[in-house]
Design a protein. Structure first.
Length: 424
């Protein structure tokens, strides 16, 4: 009797193993030939199954997400009017308005042409003092402009067509990503971001005559050029920023935030090692987050995840909060590789399966190429070329994946739950 039992149990185990092998083989092969998009290799974990389902929704997106939304035209006109350059600018008035701005809807003024005036002032106002920025992981300068307005200056490290390979947070910060992020935020109606614009500063006309002794100590000869290595956590003497053949240094000029910010670690931060974080192995991770964060803040984190995914900024290990809203700071790790879409940046969205109806409405409105086309038009108003065509196409491709992720959530939980007005 015991021999029969042992034989039966062994046969059961053999059949179970065979069924498992067949199941995972089928999961990896069935139906994949018909996909128009590349599907990530299916690993035996929860996350990759989610990825496959999102890609399934991607292949059958409704046509409305691939065509221009007629409702966006009026919003685009409002943006163009806001960013159009006015030559009659009183610098003192602009700085006074930005420094004293108080509004629950935006960090800085942007309507009625104010945004364009601010960018023009940042781009052209005479420099009065230059110093190393007081803190940070990468080289940036602190400029004091006439009128006592402070500006962060993050210098150019790469040409626009340079591809940053490696992990999602590899390489130096990209100055164009900072500026691109500002325009992206404006188009998406994410108003809690500092104005940023491309500016060129002449080393011998704009920097050296106004440089502090501290900054001069971080300048070094590199061949025939005088270069800057700065003062920061990762600054090195052999990783300098040098002027071009015209003696100029290009960079992102970012309006300084003179605000008291509360700093929090993001629940979806990376380990920066081979160690997996809890959110990377537990698709029910959002349940734990919901117990410790307000719904308002969680929706804000999801907005930021969508924003970061579009530019592929996978380096937001913490977030700064002002007046209960997340400020979109440090966006320099975007636009690294236009051929890569790290879908796990969207983990807050596909794990929580909730999104603000207002955010979703805006995302639907910028379909069919309107998003990047508007960024190009706004940047051109200030003579800026912010990215290669490959990067613009990549942003549009990723937007489709955001649509697919929301559709995945709606298919799983129903539209009413995913797009519920959680703040009521």
């Amino acid at each position: 009797m015991s021999m029969n039992y042992a034989f039966g149990f062994s046969l059961f185990l053999l059949i179970l193993v065979a069924l498992n092998i067949y199941f995972f083989y089928t999961l990896n092969t069935v139906g994949l030939k018909s996909h128009k998009f590349n599907v990530p290799t299916i690993n035996v974990d929860l996350t990759s199954t989610v990825f496959k389902e999102i890609y399934d929704y991607l292949n059958y997106l409704p046509s409305q997400y691939k065509t221009i939304n007629s409702k966006f035209g009026s919003h685009q006109n409002i943006l163009l009017n806001s960013f159009n350059v006015s030559k009659n600018i009183k610098i003192d008035t602009i700085w006074s308005e930005t420094q004293n701005w108080f509004n629950e809807d935006s960090l800085f003024p942007h309507d009625n042409g104010t945004a364009g005036k601010i960018l023009h002032a940042i781009q052209t106002t005479q420099i009065a003092l230059v110093d190393n920025a007081p803190k940070g992981t990468q080289l940036k300068l602190l400029l004091l402009l006439e009128g006592k307005q402070k500006i962060y200056f993050k210098p150019k490290r790469y040409n626009l067509n340079h591809v940053v390979n490696g992990n999602i947070y590899a390489g130096f910060d990209r100055h164009n990503s900072e500026v691109f992020a500002y325009y992206l935020a404006m188009v998406l109606n994410f108003r809690w971001i500092a104005p940023s614009v491309i500016r060129k500063i002449h080393l011998h006309k704009d920097v050296i005559p106004f440089a502090t002794m501290g900054l001069k100590k971080t300048m070094i000869k590199n061949g025939n050029a005088l270069c800057i290595y700065g003062k920061c956590f990762y600054c090195k003497k052999n990783e300098t920023v040098c002027p071009d053949q015209n003696g100029e240094i290009e960079g992102a000029a970012i309006l300084y935030l003179n605000k008291q910010l509360k700093i929090h670690k993001t629940p979806w931060r990376r380990s920066y090692s081979n160690r997996k974080m809890e959110w990377e192995v537990d698709n029910a991770f959002c349940k734990k987050v919901k117990s410790s964060l307000s719904t308002k803040l969680l929706l804000n984190i999801i907005d930021v995840a969508v924003f970061d995914f579009l530019i592929q900024n996978g380096d937001r290990h913490h977030f700064e909060v002002y007046r209960d809203k997340i400020i979109l700071l440090d966006n320099g790790k975007g636009l690294g590789n236009p051929t890569v879409d790290e879908l796990d940046i969207l983990a807050p969205l596909y794990q929580c399966c909730m999104i603000s109806p207002f955010t979703w409405q805006r995302l639907e409105m910028v379909s069919g190429g309107s998003l990047t086309n508007t960024i190009k038009i706004l940047a051109a108003l200030h003579n800026q070329n912010l990215a290669t065509e490959e990067h613009f196409k990549a942003v549009e491709r990723r937007l489709l994946k955001v649509y697919a992720t929301v559709q995945y959530c709606i298919g799983k939980h129903g539209r009413a739950k995913v797009l519920k007005n959680w703040l009521i």
